[in-house]
Every structure is written in C-alpha cells, then in structure tokens.
Write a protein that binds this ligand. Sequence first.
Ligand code: BG6
Length: 279
Amino acid sequence: MPSELIEFHGMPAVRWGIPGGASATATMQGAHLVSWTLPAGEECLFVSERSPFEAGRAIRGGIPVVFPQFADRGPLAQHGFARTRDWTFIDAVDTADGSRARFRLESSDETLALWPSRFRLELSTTISGTRLDVQLQVVNTGEASMSFMAALHTYLRVSDAAKLRLGGLRGMTYLERGSSERKVEAREQVTADEPIDRIYFVAPPATRLEDGQRVVRIVQRNFSDTVVWNPGRERTARMVDMAPDGFRRMLCVEAAAIEPPVVLAPGATWLASQSIERE
Ligand code: BG6
C-alpha cells in the first residue's frame, strides 16, 4: 500500500489503504467500490457472491456509480452506462483526510453514440479510520447545456435486514416504486422487514442506520434525493445475481440526484458526495 493493482474475481482492480488500517478495493470497470474494510478487518459493503464479474455486466453490490440516468427514467440502459464502462485510475495518495483514490471517465465515441453530451466524471474515494467519503464530480466538457441524473448506489452490508432501523427520513416526501402517489414518511425509523424501493425527495441532513450493535451515520452533500432499496425475498428469488438470502444481508441507502435532473452549463462543474461513518 498505499495502492496496488490486483484482480477482484478476475476483474482488474485497485486496492489502497492505510498500512494496518482501513482498506478499499475498486474495479476499473465502473470505478466500482467492491470492498471497504475497517482497521479491525470488518467488511462494510455487501457484494453478492452470485454477482457476475464480467466486462460490460453490472456488479451486484458495493457502490455502483449511476450516471447519467437513474433506473429506467430515460432511454438508456437501467442506471445508465457509467457502471459498466472502464474508468481510468488517476492515483492513490495519502491526504490530510485519509487515503484517497481517484478515477476518471470521459465521454467517448461510444458514450456519444448512446447519449449526446460531452462530460468528464471524477470519482474520489477516501478512507480514514472508520469513515468513507465518496465524491462524484461531473464536468460539462461540451458546448451545450447538459442534463443528467446520478447516484452512489451504496449497498451496506448488514447483519439482518429484518431488524434494521433507519432514522432521519420522517417528514420526507417519497415515491414507492410501482406507485404514482407521493406520500410523506410518518415513521421515525424506517424498516426493511418488507421489500422497500423508495425515492425520498429532498435529502435529509443525515440518516442513521441501527443494525444491532452497529450504528452507521450517512451524510450526503449536494445530492437532492435518497433512495432506500431492499428487494425482499420474492424479488430476490427471481434475481440471478443474488443468493436467496442475499436480501437479508444488505440495504441500499443511495445518495441520488434524480428529480429534478441536474442541469450543467458548458464548462460548469457539479460536485456531490456521500460519507459513511461507523459510530
Ligand atoms: C434501485 C432502484 O436504485 O436499484 C430499484 O430503486 C432497482 O428499483 C435497484 O431495482 C437495482 O437496480 P439494478 O439495475 O442494479 O438491478
């Protein structure tokens, strides 16, 4: 360390971290964080053991970067193309904030054939102590205004989804997938004992996940929305890339910019982040 090129289930990846401390691994495909371990060695992210680890196929778990489309809200493939493209590894360095790795993805003939805007993405992932900071920067490198959605689709590893409590969302307006009716969250603590797939509009200042003895604090900056997703037993049974009990070991708390999409003038930069810290 601080960084080494490795293979993660056969995929080219970078591992970096603090000697004797926290470490992280991201695949070149998607700049996809597939592991974040605390100094004591505990893994904090869920990655499905049945995930494909193949070029061009989305990895199930970790932190997929969703760009420039969220889910099926547009003409592109589900969640856009950034998660299945090869990014460029820029560097891994020790900073005052921790051990940081940066990756870049730029528009190309391939992306321009799918989506007309020219862009440069930079993903900067920093680990320190028991904290992870992921920052996404989007630059409009074209000559026309561009509009996009984005998300850090974080899969937290949990001990039992049926017993989780996620606080901080009370009073937020949400839309449950499959419904067109917006509702207001009445619960102090959101649970995942039933399937959940909700976009909360207007992100809370912070959410706090209680998972037995573990408490995780999640803060997002400049992402307007928060998505909470757990597919539940029946949907998981139909997913080829999840073990039948996979849904019990994960919860997605996603920092997202969905509604309204972000509009960037030519040359302008948008910066947003998600921080996750074990209390
Ligand atoms: C979530 C969406 O963000 O991602 C869900 O809200 C979706 O509706 C989930 O099922 C997983 O998407 P994918 O493309 O990785 O299977």
